[in-house]
Design a protein around this ligand. Structure first.
Ligand SMILES: Cc1cc2nc3c(=O)[nH]c(=O)nc-3n(C[C@H](O)[C@H](O)[C@H](O)COP(=O)(O)O)c2cc1C
Length: 381
């Protein structure tokens, strides 16, 4: 991290502001928005920030260590990059930027089924360490083909998504007529002309397309067609019958993402998942949802039986510490890393990870907490 960047962009708000200035409005709103009236997206962060931690100043304190184990792997910090679809639309080449940075910093990168980089490329950039998020295909042959590709790429973790039973209702995207490639309405052209760095980078890297799904997808879908294609090709509605063949086939770790209830946690344990990510898709699906920090509290009692991770609403080192103190074994963030990539291009992944690591370590030092697994001892109940 160069010191100029670190002094100009020391917080997520700084990165978000710069991203907003560099990305056309229709693409920024796709990244930044929640759904319906934006209640859930606001609640997620607000309720994480209600969590308070207590320092232990008089304890013998050596050095804090941010290394964290999850699913049998050790990472340099207790956070990773959540799967985000259509990344290249928000910032050209952003999945490559983020995968490379995650690999350099030894944190996990999860590739979305519907993003603009392929499983094979993600694996190449991370020396086989990228995790893969699967939208469950309706067609068994398609499902098996994607799983075979993830396995051939050496992917260690398959993340099955359960919180998209249907496409989210997002008024901004509906108004913007969001499409891939971007729809050339007068409004969108004017927005693109106003963001020359984004436009030039898009020209350089080419139209973003669904790279992993390329062999199976028709081209040039608008938002409505994309929704129809997704609904037809993938079934977010999961149950024991649909999950069993995936568990039987996948030899690596299997994680269920989007868990928000105790019952789904118990079912995930019964179905043989190794881990869950407590998530409400960053408040993009069910606007009446519980905040993920509250869902987490109801679920942590199962942490002996399944590894419990969390995302949705985290934006800073203190937020990560609050989630870990509340019982998460690991955390993930979606928008935060995309703000970083959009704000700073090739340097964005590196800077955002360094910034979050610095902020998180600083909280551990403030608490006089040496090990990440001791953070729950600092939680004020
Ligand atoms: C623009 C955008 C696209 C997303 N696309 C996907 C996706 O394709 N697959 C998936 O599992 N989750 C997707 N998510 C959800 C993220 O993985 C993650 O759960 C969410 O961003 C966490 O909330 P945060 O942004 O507040 O950190 C997306 C989120 C955003 C913001």
């Amino acid at each position: 991290m160069t010191s100029e960047i670190s002094s100009r962009y020391p917080s997520m708000d700084d990165l978000r502001e710069r991203a907003k200035n560099r990305v056309p409005q229709f693409a920024f709103e796709y990244l930044d928005g929640g759904c319906n009236e934006d209640v859930s997206i606001i609640r997620n962060t607000a309720e994480i920030r209600d969590v308070q931690l207590q320092p232990r100043y008089l304890r013998n304190f050596g050095e804090s260590d941010t290394r964290t184990k999850v699913l049998g792997m050790e990472f340099d910090a207790p956070f990773g990059i959540s799967p985000v679809g259509l990344q290249g639309l928000m910032w050209p080449n952003s999945p490559e930027i983020l995968a490379k940075a995650a690999h350099k910093h030894n944190i996990p990168f999860i590739l979305s089924t519907v993003t603009t980089m392929s499983i094979e490329r993600a694996s190449e950039l991370t020396e086989g360490k990228a995790w893969f998020q699967l939208y469950n295909p309706v067609d068994d042959a398609l499902r098996d083909d994607i799983i075979d590709r993830a396995e051939a790429a050496g992917c260690p973790v398959l993340v099955l998504l359960c919180d998209v039973p249907t496409f989210g209702y997002r008024p901004r995207d509906i108004r913007n007529g969001l499409a891939l490639p971007p729809k050339m309405s007068v409004k969108n052209i004017l927005q693109i002309l106003g963001k020359p760095t984004w436009a030039l980078n898009t020209l350089k890297h080419g139209q973003p397309t669904f790279q992993t799904l390329k062999p199976y997808t028709p081209e040039g879908l608008n938002l409505r067609q994309l929704g129809q294609f997704m609904d037809k090709t993938f079934s977010g509605r999961l149950n024991a019958e649909k999950i069993k063949p995936i568990r039987d086939k996948w030899k690596g770790k299997l994680v269920l993402k989007g868990v928000a209830s105790e019952q789904d946690t118990k079912d995930a344990i019964d179905m043989g998942f190794d881990g869950i990510i407590v998530s409400n898709h960053g408040g993009r699906q069910l606007d009446a949802a519980q905040s993920t920090i509250n869902s987490l509290r109801e679920i942590t009692r199962y942490s002996e039986q399944i590894e419990i991770m969390m995302d949705s609403g985290l934006r800073s080192g203190p937020d990560i510490a609050r989630a870990m103190a509340s019982g998460a074994k690991f955390t993930f963030m979606g928008r935060s890393f995309m703000y970083g990539a959009a704000a700073l291009g090739n340097k964005g992944g590196d800077h955002t990870i360094s910034m979050l690591k610095t902020q998180f370590k600083q909280v551990m030092d403030q608490l006089c907490c040496e090990r990440v697994e001791d953070l729950p001892n600092h939680l004020i109940k």
